[in-house]
Design a protein around this ligand. Structure first.
Ligand code: NAP
Length: 283
């Protein structure tokens, strides 16, 4: 039996529609959500992400500003721009596309963003809020996964949830969100022993590894829900996930790549930006 494909594209369109409707209501009260997107250098993948974020802003009725800075921009200049955006009344959310060039400290950039405008939820204040379970913004990729689970009425409560990957942007916050929803959560990483055995315990398995086809059918319990966060390119240059396609035959639900978790990420960025605008205007 083949798994139900969890359609992130369709859900994304639905959520963007409801964000647009809410934005129209906000505009009647004189508030337009605004997102500033900053990109430093010319990484082709980052340029695609930034373009997609601009398009999403249009679809949601937001105001947006894009700052494309040259590779040689100094950290001081970048932090200066962020300080300006922190003060700008038109800007509800600030996003600096990562990675930044090597001479700039990623953490310094994250720390410089006003936590109330930190729509990526990477600032230590927001990370701490996620830890204690009282948060305004949720990192976009894990937030998108939770929306997908809800859409397909998959409740993590009491379930064995295994997250493979412990990055600050995906693995760790993903584990926290599942924990807040009462999942029994295990986080795996490159030093985990008997990874296949741990994965086989999972009722909900989330792969955020960054290796094409890393999760194979022998690592998956029959009927598990499999969430593939990976975005990789195979030898032919085709976009593929961290989960081998044959897992479809073993899982009960699975996110395809592309079209699963990916489209949800930018939509969650829009959701955080809308929320930021509302919070900043006490709405
Ligand atoms: P990352 O920072 O490189 O983290 C990868 C994680 O996988 C690390 O925790 C690493 O363990 C673990 N890992 C690597 N090899 C492993 C192995 N052999 N066994 C077990 N664990 C292993 O990557 P990331 O930023 O979290 O991204 C993960 C994937 O998601 C990438 O494909 C990325 O492109 C994709 N992604 C997608 C979206 C989206 O919009 N859907 C957003 C962000 C990222 P250690 O910590 O021990 O090194």
């Amino acid at each position: 039996m083949s798994a139900v494909r969890m359609d992130g594209k369709a859900l994304s369109a639905k959520v963007r529609g409801s964000i647009l409707a809410e934005t129209e209501e906000l505009k009647k009260k004189g508030v337009t959500p605004g997102l500033a997107v900053v990109i430093v250098g010319n990484d082709p993948a980052s340029e695609i992400y930034v373009r997609n974020k601009e398009r999403a802003c249009e679809q949601c009725g937001f105001y947006s500003e894009k700052y494309a800075l040259p590779e040689e921009t100094s950290q001081e200049e970048l932090l200066g721009l962020i300080a300006q955006l922190n003060e700008s009344p038109q800007i509800s959310g600030i996003l600096c596309q990562m990675p930044v060039p090597k001479h700039i400290s990623e953490q310094a950039v994250i720390d410089a963003i006003d936590p109330r405008k930190d729509v990526d939820a990477f600032h230590p204040v927001n990370v701490g809020k996620i830890m204690v379970g009282n948060f305004d913004f949720v990192p976009c990729t894990p937030a998108g996964v939770m929306e997908l689970l809800d859409e397909y009425q998959i409740d993590p409560m009491g379930k064995e949830c295994v997250v493979v990957g412990r990055s600050n942007i995906v693995g760790k916050p993903m584990a926290m969100l599942l924990l807040h929803r009462h999942g029994t959560v295990t986080i795996c990483h490159s030093r985990t022993q008997d990874l296949a055995e741990v994965c086989r315990r999972a009722d909900i398995l989330v792969a955020a590894v960054g290796k094409a086809g890393f999760i194979t059918p022998d690592m998956v319990k029959e009927g598990a829900v499999v969430i593939d966060v990976g975005i990789n390119r195979n030898a032919e240059g085709k976009v593929c996930g961290d989960v081998a396609p044959e897992v479809m035959d073993k899982a009960s639900y699975m996110t395809p790549v592309p079209g699963g978790a990916g489209p949800m990420t930018i939509t969650m960025l829009m959701k955080n930006t809308l929320k930021a605008a509302k919070l900043q205007h006490n709405l």
